[in-house]
Write a protein that binds this ligand. Sequence first.
Ligand SMILES: [Ca+2]
Ligand SMILES: [Ca+2]
Length: 105
Amino acid sequence: MPLFFHSTLTSYISPRVNPKPVDQKVVEKIRGILKEVDGDGDGRLTRDELKKAFDKLGAWFPAFRTKLALNAADKNGDGVISGDLETEELIYYILDRYGETLQEK
Ligand SMILES: [Ca+2]
Ligand SMILES: [Ca+2]
């Protein structure tokens, strides 16, 4: 199991100007979803795997969401989400848009 799924968000939260309070339960849910959709278990999320995540999150336009999420989180532009920084950026992206939905479930 890739280590970065277990990293905390704290290191990344502090530099933000107005950090929203982070609900760790929701973060864990998101991590769980990301782990589930990582079909080959290599700890990297391809466009297809990411699209599955947005399907699960109930996104109306998963392909579109995937593109936006990659724009936001794929820092080195290789088309996959990998490593702590990109994963945390992705979690933030999802948290921003689906955090409240995930809290209610
Ligand atoms: Ca993968
Ligand atoms: Ca990348």
